[in-house]
Design a protein around this ligand. Structure first.
Ligand SMILES: [Zn+2]
Length: 242
């Protein structure tokens, strides 16, 4: 195993803060361009592959804040930062998308057909990757502007509940301790997560409908924190599973 430190110790809050600050200082100018696209990392250093799924994209922008912040672009930015951080730690990654554009086939000539194509494309990529662990990044929205904080959902597959509960607890501790939610099984209506064959979690990072959280989600610092916590959770899960 390439990790030489005891990752359980990373989640002593003070240590986590130091890790986050170090990472912010390290990549304050944003993710390195050479690690932004495609797979990265050292295949020999870790047997598992972290698949990073930036939710929505293409014709599907997802949720939107009142100020116009679009979920698909927030998801993508956090996903790219997570990929860059993972590369620094020698973790193999695969992105399900690396831009806001999605190449749809000509045969997909309705919005529904294009969304279906995109979901099937992602599912095929995930299910054809051996030893994959999926982290799908989303933002939440609710008619009432009060709810805020992260919400993690986990697939029915082996290890998903453990990773989901770990990530959820870490997000609460690092970002919004007042959050009283718990990690929950993914809804039956979410096609991708009910058809994956690997460990997988869906992370609703925050509420675009909450003005305070939407403002935070627009900042580099908060996105780096989110990406850092997700990477630490993945590493902690891998360490505990090994
Ligand atoms: Zn979403």
């Amino acid at each position: 195993m390439f990790i030489t430190i005891n990752l359980k110790n990373l989640f002593v809050p003070a240590v986590l803060i130091i890790v986050v600050i170090a990472i912010i200082l390290l990549i304050s100018s944003g993710p390195a361009s050479e690690t932004m696209l495609g797979a990265s990392g050292n295949a020999e250093s870790c047997s598992s592959v972290l698949i990073i799924d930036a939710g929505h994209g293409g014709e599907d922008g997802g949720a939107q804040s009142k100020s116009g912040l679009l979920e698909s672009s927030v998801n993508l930015d956090i996903a790219l930062r997570l990929e860059a951080l993972a590369g620094l730690m020698g973790v193999d990654t695969i992105m399900t998308r690396t831009s806001e554009e999605i190449d749809y086939p000509e045969s997909a000539n309705t919005t529904h057909a294009r969304k279906t194509y995109d979901q099937n494309r992602r599912l095929e990529l995930i299910n054809s990757t051996p030893n994959a662990v999926l982290i799908s990044i989303h933002q939440n929205k609710f008619p009432n502007p009060i709810p805020r904080g992260s919400q993690v959902m986990y697939a029915k597959t082996e290890g998903s509940k453990e990773l989901g509960e770990l990530a959820h607890a870490n997000l609460i501790a690092a970002l919004y301790p007042e959050n009283r939610r718990v990690a929950i099984p993914v809804y039956d209506s979410i096609f991708l997560f009910n058809n994956i064959n690997c460990t997988g979690i869906l992370v609703e990072c925050g509420f675009l409908s909450n003005p305070v959280e939407a403002e935070l989600l627009a900042t580099d610092e908060y996105r780096i924190k989110l990406a850092s916590v997700l990477l630490c959770s993945y590493l902690q899960y891998m360490e505990e599973a090994s």
